[in-house]
Design a binder for this molecule. Structure first.
Ligand SMILES: [Zn+2]
Length: 284
């Protein structure tokens, strides 16, 4: 993506180093099981569903102690921060325009850059959960080291793969603004686990669709480069539930899907890219 010398969003909060790192949390790596427990604990202990964080996928960062030859570390890179700011600015432009078209006003969310751990309106999170959107405070949270995780653990690389991740989280904010997230939360609260998972998949695929709408907008403005769409598609494929489950456990359990298969994630991203509209993104 062409991003140099372009407008960067003013809605970036850089909380790295200024109390952003929570004592002791930096080194904690929550396992998948711990994350499920965390979610269950929210429900059991009166936490509202609306305060659950929306994460990109069930992927967990691997411990740093593996003997993978370390790639360049991008988490402190000024370029990645700048790139993130330009992507956020592009999401503001596209969603301001699309909301206007349907007679609504888009409230631009903040994007919080943190390192290690963060306390959001959705509670305390370690960067191991990956980038997420918190609907309670309407902010996106991202540890820029996820750029490394994508390359190292997910095998998806390139700047536009990272743009897809940001645009997907923004997609959850769009859902929140349109009232879709609230409706879904209400349905999920009165559903069985299986049905709640199905609703979750629809929410996630729609966020992928909205990421596709963003990509279409960037293309129409002339900022896409050769290979960008392929990077985003590969990123969408790499975080499909079936792909992650097969990689992590060697088996696939569709009832436990929360984000959708690799094929569906690519399909909906591509659909958003093709249509570029809000109204064609009905995954429900
Ligand atoms: Zn998501």
């Amino acid at each position: 993506m062409k991003w140099e010398n372009r407008r960067s969003s003013s809605n970036i909060e850089d909380r790295r180093g200024s109390g952003g790192r929570l004592g002791g949390l930096g080194g904690i790596r929550l396992s998948g099981g711990a994350m499920v427990l965390l979610a269950v604990a929210y429900l059991l202990f009166g936490g509202k569903l609306s305060s659950l964080p929306y994460i990109l996928s069930g992927v967990q960062s691997q411990s740093q102690s593996t003997n993978i030859i370390s790639d360049e570390d991008f988490s402190d890179s000024e370029d990645i921060k700048k790139f993130t700011g330009v992507v956020l600015a592009d999401t503001e432009d596209v969603w301001n325009e699309k909301f206007k078209e349907i007679g609504k006003t888009y409230e631009e969310p903040s994007l919080v850059i943190y390192s290690g751990g963060i306390k959001s309106g959705c509670g305390v999170s370690s960067s191991a959960v990956g980038p997420f959107y918190c609907s309670a405070d309407e902010k996106i949270y991202i540890d820029l080291s996820f750029y490394n995780t994508m390359k190292r653990d997910l095998g998806s690389k390139g700047d536009f793969a990272f743009a897809y991740v940001i645009a997907h989280e923004i997609g959850h904010h769009v859902q929140n603004q349109l009232g879709i997230l609230n409706d879904a939360h209400r349905q999920m609260a009165s559903s069985s686990k299986k049905v709640a998972n199905e609703i979750s998949v629809r929410l996630e695929l729609q966020a992928d669709y909205f990421a596709g709408v963003f990509a279409r907008y960037v293309q129409d403005k002339g900022y896409l480069e050769k290979g960008d769409i392929e990077e985003a598609m590969e990123a969408a494929r790499s975080v499909g539930d079936d792909t992650l489950q097969m990689k992590n456990t060697g088996t696939i359990n569709p009832d436990s899907f929360t984000h959708g298969t690799s094929e569906d994630r690519m399909k909906w991203f591509n659909k958003g890219f093709e249509y570029g509209t809000i109204e064609d993104g009905n995954t429900f």
